[in-house]
Write a protein that binds this ligand. Structure first.
Ligand code: PLP
Length: 436
C-alpha cells in the first residue's frame, strides 16, 4: 500500500508516522501463524494481542458466526433476549469459580472494566452504603482506556493527557515489581507479599466506609508482565473481606487458560467478587467482553418493584448474537482440546527456554508464568523503549511477532503452541539479542 493509502486510518497505540513510513502489514492467519501481503510467514508469539488462545482461523468459530448471522443478525439486548446469550452465560459460569455465577456482557476489556467499577459503586449504594465511593487501583496497572479504566490504571502516558479529567476519589497501591530482589524468578516471586498491607494503610487513611472496590490484574500484562509475589493476592483478599471492600480481578488477559487454569482466580486460589473478561472469550475473532459477578452482588440489585430496571447500564451490542455464537464455539474448542489447562503442561518447556536467554546482552530480567513471558532489557540512556523496539522490528523481519512495552518484551503465544515453535521463538529472540 502506498503512503497516501495509509493516511486516513489513525492507528491506535501506534507511532503513526513511523509505521506509515515503514508499515508492517498482516493479511492472513492460520494456526500459529500470520502471513504478510507479500507471503512471508510470521510465527505469532503473542496470540494476536493476548486473545487468539485457540490459534488462528478456527473453522468451528467462523462457521458458528456465519450461521448465526444468517439466522438472526442482531437482537436488541434491552428488555429482550435471545437463546445464545443465555447459553453463553451458562457456559461461562461453568468454568469460573462457583461463587461467580452472573454474567453481564460488554464488547471489550475497557467496557468490562468500566462496567465492573460501575457495578461496584452501585452495589454499595443499593445496599445502603452510598459513602463507599473510593476506588483503588495499582501503579502500572492497565485496565483499558475508558475514563474509569485510566483512572484506576497506573501507566503514566495513558493518564497524563487526561489527568484533570480522571475519576475523583481514586488511590493506587504500589506495584510489586522489584528487580533488586526478584530478578530471574521462575513463577511467582518470593518477595513482595507485604505490599498488600498498603491497602490496610489506605483503609486507615480514608476509613473502610468510604472505599468501594479495588481492581487488580492478577498478572499485570500490558505494563510488562508483573507476576504476583507469593501470598500477595491472598492478603489483598483478606483485607477486602475484613473491610467489606469488593475485589475485582481484571482477567482480560489472564482469563481462558493463559496461566494453566481457566482463570488466574483458580490458579492463585483467590476468588474475587467481580471478574472482568474479554479477548480469549471469542478467541479474538468478534469483539466481546463480560463481567462475572458473585451471586451476592447480583442479588443486591434485585429489589424494588418487579418491573423496575435494576441496573441502568448496558450496550447496544451487549450479548450480540454473532459474538455469543463465537463465544460458544470458542468455549467448545477450549473444552474439547483441553486448552484451559494446557499451559500447565507446557509451562516447564516454556520456562526453561525463556530462562536460556539469561546472560545475553542487555537482558536484566526473565520472568514467566504459564504461557507468559516478560523479558526485560536494560534501557538505552535517554531513549526508553528504543532497545525493545529494535528487538520487535528485527524479530518481525525474521518472521516472529512479539509484543513490546517500554523496554520489556511480553510473550503470550496461542495455547496450542508446540515445543518446536517454542524453540523457534527463543532461538529467534536469542539471535536478535546477540545482533543488537
Ligand atoms: C488487563 C486488561 N484490562 C483491560 C484491557 C482492555 O481491553 P480492550 O483493549 O479490549 O478494551 C486490557 C487490554 O489489553 C487488559 O490487558
Amino acid at each position: 500500500m502506498s503512503r497516501s493509502e495509509l493516511e486516513a486510518f489513525w492507528m491506535p497505540f501506534t507511532s503513526n508516522r513511523q509505521f506509515k513510513s515503514k508499515p508492517r502489514l498482516l493479511s492472513k492467519a492460520s494456526g500459529m501463524h500470520y502471513w504478510t501481503p507479500d507471503g512471508r510467514q510470521v510465527l505469532d508469539a503473542v496470540a494476536g494481542l493476548w486473545c487468539v488462545n485457540a490459534g488462528h482461523g478456527r473453522r468451528e468459530i467462523t462457521q458458528a458466526v456465519a450461521s448465526q448471522l444468517e439466522t438472526m443478525d442482531y437482537a436488541p439486548p434491552f428488555q429482550m433476549g435471545h437463546p445464545p446469550a443465555f447459553e453463553l452465560a451458562n457456559q461461562i459460569v461453568k468454568i469460573t469459580p462457583p461463587e461467580l455465577d452472573h454474567v453481564f456482557f460488554t464488547n471489550s476489556g475497557s467496557e468490562s472494566v468500566d462496567t465492573a467499577l460501575k457495578i461496584a459503586l452501585a452495589y454499595h449504594r443499593a445496599r445502603g452504603e452510598a459513602t463507599r465511593t473510593r476506588l483503588i487501583g495499582r501503579e502500572r496497572g492497565y485496565h483499558g482506556v475508558g475514563f474509569g479504566g485510566i483512572s484506576v490504571g497506573g501507566i503514566l502516558p495513558n493518564r497524563k493527557m487526561w489527568s484533570n479529567s480522571l475519576l475523583p476519589s481514586v488511590d493506587h497501591l504500589a506495584h510489586t515489581h522489584d528487580l533488586g530482589k526478584n530478578a530471574f524468578t521462575r513463577g511467582q516471586p518470593e518477595h513482595g507479599a507485604n505490599l498488600a498491607e498498603e491497602l490496610e494503610r489506605l483503609v486507615t487513611l480514608h476509613d473502610a466506609s468510604t472505599i468501594a472496590a479495588i481492581i487488580i490484574e492478577p498478572i499485570a500484562g500490558s505494563t510488562g508482565v508483573l507476576i504476583p509475589p507469593k501470598g500477595y493476592l491472598k492478603r489483598i483478599r483478606e483485607i477486602c473481606d475484613r473491610h467489606g471492600i469488593l475485589l475485582i480481578f481484571d482477567e482480560v488477559i489472564t482469563g481462558f487458560g493463559r496461566t494453566g487454569s481457566p482463570f488466574a482466580a483458580q490458579e492463585f486460589g483467590v476468588t474475587p467478587d467481580l471478574l472482568t473478561l474479554a479477548k480469549g472469550l471469542t478467541n479474538g475473532c468478534i469483539p466481546m467482553g463480560a463481567v462475572v459477578a458473585r451471586k451476592s452482588v447480583y442479588e443486591a440489585f434485585m429489589q424494588g418493584p418487579d418491573n423496575a430496571i435494576e441496573l441502568f447500564h448496558g450496550y447496544t451490542y451487549s450479548a450480540h448474537p454473532a459474538a455469543c455464537a463465537a463465544g460458544l464455539a470458542t468455549l467448545g474448542i477450549y473444552e474439547r482440546e483441553g486448552l484451559l489447562t494446557r499451559a500447565k503442561s507446557m509451562a516447564k518447556t516454556w520456562e526453561d527456554a525463556a530462562h536460556s536467554l539469561r546472560g545475553l546482552p542487555h537482558v536484566i530480567d526473565v520472568r514467566n508464568y504459564g504461557l507468559i513471558l516478560g523479558l526485560e532489557l536494560e534501557s538505552i540512556a535517554g531513549k526508553p523503549g528504543a532497545r525493545a523496539f529494535e528487538v520487535y522490528t528485527k524479530c518481525f523481519e525474521r518472521g516472529l511477532l512479539i509484543r513490546q512495552t517500554a523496554d520489556i518484551i511480553a510473550l503470550s503465544p496461542p495455547l496450542i503452541v508446540e515445543p518446536a515453535q517454542i524453540d523457534q521463538i527463543f532461538s529467534t529472540l536469542r539471535d536478535v539479542l546477540k545482533s543488537l
